[in-house]
Design a protein around this ligand. Structure first.
Ligand SMILES: Nc1ncnc2c1ncn2[C@@H]1O[C@H](COP(=O)(O)OP(=O)(O)OP(=O)(O)O)[C@@H](O)[C@H]1O
Length: 465
């Protein structure tokens, strides 16, 4: 294990002589083993080692004991130690995010403050984490243009974050802890099946390891090669983008359709990705890939003028050769749009829509219902009218379908189409056209814990079937 880690460090040039390595320690086996390993090898590697711990104040006594355990360990071995107390709950509330994500953001904010050109943060992520992460991201539908898996080296502020253990398994780490008499802390939440990662770890990893005990090495190689390919293509797309551009400002990027269709598909995808990233800045939605597909479809047809609505009040508009990505005023988007409280209900004209949450498992969707996996729904939900180029990823069909087309297929009378409500999530995904179609976004699966049930009622007539 020792020589594998040293080789991995060398291969990826994770450290330089004279650097200070802040080892991010949670008290668990991975980060304690990493701290021990780097401390033991500090002379050979010619580095300075310091332990850093973030006290999240989340798990009551357990978290206090973690902090005390690390502090004592460092005192014993004379390892320099720093601790930061953070208010995860307050931050999560303020940012309207979950506590896990809040804890992670606060950790990384502090790490970023700590590092400079001559230092690195080292975390205990290992090969099994890599396997879990790569598979989990694919299963959950990650944006294929975003980073693949866990990088061994990534820039962070003025410094970088490194993961020296990515080439070894959890089992090797546990053996190492045994060998060097580390009795680590065990986080009780690591076994909870409420967390997706834990379900992947318990259900999938043993199977993969039985098939091939070296699965982590293959995944690691895939991560490295894909990231390099990705970086290369992205740099190429960055070079090409200015040659397609007709005009550009913070709220509007216009490119030429003719020039765009001359480049190949991998670069086309990346050009749109870059434009959306430029316009959205840090608030780039993770579901951009759905929109990239739709924009590509409109750009690659010879005669296809029209508009496609993008999340956060952006619009794609094709007008012959001119393809614009532009910011629009919310008011020009919709005539009626109301947020649906959960639980709660909304009455819109003849329509009444109710939302409630249940943990009941054996539920069948009635014709006037949609049942969604609450954890996967991007809240808030709004109810709004149909816009000209609205499209939906319909359940049971591939690709997306225009809502206008659905109305035609289901013979909805012209005078009813304007007032037909749509249930839309935060990312502008249309989840449900009541009584007509359900989308395949946020579908219930075997692991769904909480179900969001939306029920509609219509006072006048029902649709012809
Ligand atoms: N509270 C914390 N303070 C400092 N670093 C942390 C903290 N929590 C996690 N880390 C760092 O992030 C890495 C990954 O965290 P994760 O929660 O996935 O693992 P863990 O369950 O804490 O396992 P372990 O401590 O055994 O590495 C850890 O190995 C550690 O380097």
């Amino acid at each position: 294990m020792r020589s594998n880690v040293l080789k991995f460090i060398e291969k990826h040039k994770l450290l330089k002589e004279g650097q200070t390595i802040f080892v991010a320690v949670s008290g668990g086996p991975d980060s304690m083993a990493l701290l021990h390993f780097l401390w033991e090898h500090r002379t050979i590697l010619k580095i300075n080692v310091k332990a850093v711990h973030v006290h999240h104040h989340l798990r009551g006594d357990e978290a206090d004991q973690d902090a005390t355990y690390i502090e004592r360990y460092c005192l014993n071995y004379h390892i320099p130690y720093m601790k930061k107390d953070v208010d995860v709950r307050g931050y999560a509330k303020q940012r309207n995010i979950g506590t896990q994500l809040a804890a992670r953001e606060l950790r990384y904010q502090w790490f970023e403050e700590l590092v400079d050109e001559n230092s690195r943060i080292a975390t205990g992520h290992h090969g099994d984490d890599q396997v879990e992460t790569m598979i989990m991201m694919s299963v959950r539908g990650r944006n294929p243009l975003k980073a693949v898996g866990i990088p061994a080296f990534r820039k962070l502020g003025h410094g970088a974050i490194i993961r020296p253990f990515l080439g070894i398994t959890k089992q090797e780490i546990e053996h190492y802890c045994n060998d060097v008499s580390i009795v680590p802390r065990r986080d009780s939440s690591n076994s909870s099946r409420n967390y997706t990662r834990n379900r992947f770890r318990e259900d999938l990893l043993p199977f993969l390891k039985r098939e091939n005990p070296n699965v982590h090495l293959h995944m690691q190689r895939q991560q490295e090669w894909c990231s390099e390919d990705q970086q290369f293509l992205m740099e190429l797309a960055e070079e090409i983008l200015p040659t397609l551009m007709l005009s550009k400002n913070e709220q509007n990027v216009t490119i030429s359709q003719r020039a765009f269709t001359k480049i190949n598909m991998p670069l086309q995808r990346r050009v749109i990705h870059l434009i959306l990233n430029y316009l959205y800045g840090k608030n780039s939605p993770s579901t951009n890939f759905i929109h990239i597909e739709q924009v590509l479809h409109m750009m690659n047809r010879e005669h296809m003028n029209g508009e496609h609505y993008l999340p956060n009040s952006f619009l794609f508009r094709r007008d012959y050769d001119r393809c614009q990505f532009l910011k629009i005023e919310q008011e020009t988007l919709v005539q009626t749009s109301e947020e649906l409280a959960i639980p709660g209900s909304i009455a819109l004209g003849d329509w009444f829509i109710r939302a409630h949450v249940t943990e009941e498992q054996d539920l069948n969707e009635a014709d006037n219902q949609i049942i969604l996996d609450l954890e996967q729904v991007q809240l808030p939900l709004t109810i709004r009218q149909v816009l000209p180029h609205d499209r939906m990823l319909c359940r049971g069909m591939s690709g997306s379908k225009k809502i206008r087309r659905l109305f035609i297929d289901r013979k909805v009378a012209h005078n009813e189409r304007n007032d037909w409500p749509l249930v839309v999530d935060k990312m502008e995904n249309i989840l449900w056209v009541p009584l007509l179609h359900r989308s395949r976004v946020a579908n219930v699966n075997r692991n769904t814990l909480k179900r969001l049930v939306l029920t509609c009622r219509r006072q006048v007539v029902d649709v012809e079937d």
